[in-house]
Design a protein around this ligand. Structure first.
Ligand SMILES: [Zn+2]
Length: 347
């Protein structure tokens, strides 16, 4: 998540998600299958999570600053994984680019200049299986960018590898996509796997996606976001946003139905931080789309050079990813779209 608190004073009245006629259509006979879901979730392993986080947080990605060659390499890597899984490109390709201004230092004159550049999001689609509900979408988002390169510490390390923040969420994106791609029958609703950049610069990539969605935004029924899921207590995970929509009772019921993931789902442990408004799901919330953020909490390595792969709990990260899989599976196989239960908040 970004360090700076958003100070947005505009009060935006959210429209309750309107239930559309198509929600009344019956689900396909085979779209919800607990045994198939369990087998798919089992493809998400600690080893796979560790290897993905290790690669995304390796020095060759140079901290995945927005924009940077390291970020481009990371997004190409994720796009390649989505292609291997047989997912469809969410835009004209798997990459959605957006404009960003960057400050460039002229080495000869010592002057800085603002030049416009581009930065990538990665967007992939798994089409749903229901003849009507497949025209609605559940988004799984995670940010792929981090803080880039800074001043070297005493050991000579200058790369902000961002293993927990948010290589862990990006790895979950790939692993959950793989689990869904392994299903013989896709869920009823279509799924969008979205790796956004520019989060650390102020949620830029998710803002661009929400302002330029690759599907009509009114057809997006929920956003599930993963940002920092691999640290702290091995047996609990905070899921932020439960109090605002029907996704709250949904995640609590999913967690109760899956004791094998060995995770106690807590609510927002840090209400004074206004976390519901501080990661990429915010850009869906402000467009009226109910959202949840899976967040394992902050720690001493947060936004430090020491947020490295050897500090992560890959077993926990895999179990969180499995819980996310079951959560999205449930949203995507429920005929009624999630609805807001409390919109009495200021964005
Ligand atoms: Zn983050």
């Amino acid at each position: 998540m970004p360090a700076k608190r958003f100070l947005l004073t505009a009060l935006i009245v959210l429209l309750a998600a309107t239930s559309c006629d198509q929600d009344d259509a019956p689900l396909g006979p085979d779209s919800f299958d607990p045994n198939a879901a369990a087998a798919a979730a089992a493809t998400i392993t600690p080893d796979d999570m560790y290897q993905l986080i290790e690669h995304l947080a390796s020095d060759q990605m140079a901290g995945r600053d927005t924009p940077s060659p390291g970020l481009e390499a990371a997004t190409q890597y994720v796009a390649g994984k989505f292609a291997e899984l047989g997912l469809l490109p969410g835009a004209t390709s798997f990459i959605q680019r957006y404009p960003i201004d960057v400050e460039v230092l002229d080495a000869e004159t010592g002057q800085t200049a603002i030049v416009s550049a581009g930065a990538p999001n990665v967007v992939a689609i798994l089409p749903g299986s229901h003849p009507v509900l497949r025209d609605t979408y559940v988004i799984f988002s995670a940010h792929i960018d981090h803080l880039g390169v800074g001043t070297a510490d005493a050991t000579g390390d200058s790369i902000y590898n961002g293993a927990d923040d948010d290589a862990s969420g990006t790895a979950a994106l790939i692993e959950v996509a793989e689990a869904f791609a392994s299903l013989e029958t896709a869920p009823s609703r279509s799924l969008i796997f979205l790796a956004v950049s520019g989060e650390e610069k102020g949620l830029l990539g998710s803002r661009h996606y929400a302002d330029h969605p690759t599907v009509p935004i009114e057809l997006i029924v929920a956003d599930v976001n993963a940002d920092m899921i691999s640290r702290n207590s091995p047996d609990s995970i905070a899921v932020i946003g439960q109090e605002y929509s029907s996704l709250g009772s949904l995640i609590r019921s999913v967690a109760a139905n899956h004791p094998e993931v060995r995770l106690v789902v807590t609510g927002d442990l840090w209400p004074e931080e206004r976390l519901f408004f501080r990661s990429d799901h915010f850009n869906f919330v402000r467009n009226g789309i109910p959202a949840l953020w899976f967040f394992a909490g902050t720690h001493g390595d947060y936004h430090e050079l020491s947020d490295e792969v050897d500090t992560i709990d890959a077993d926990k990260a895999a179990r969180v990813a499995r819980l996310i899989f079951f959560t999205i599976y449930s949203i995507a196989n429920t005929a009624d779209a999630p609805v807001w239960t409390d919109t009495d908040f200021e964005l």
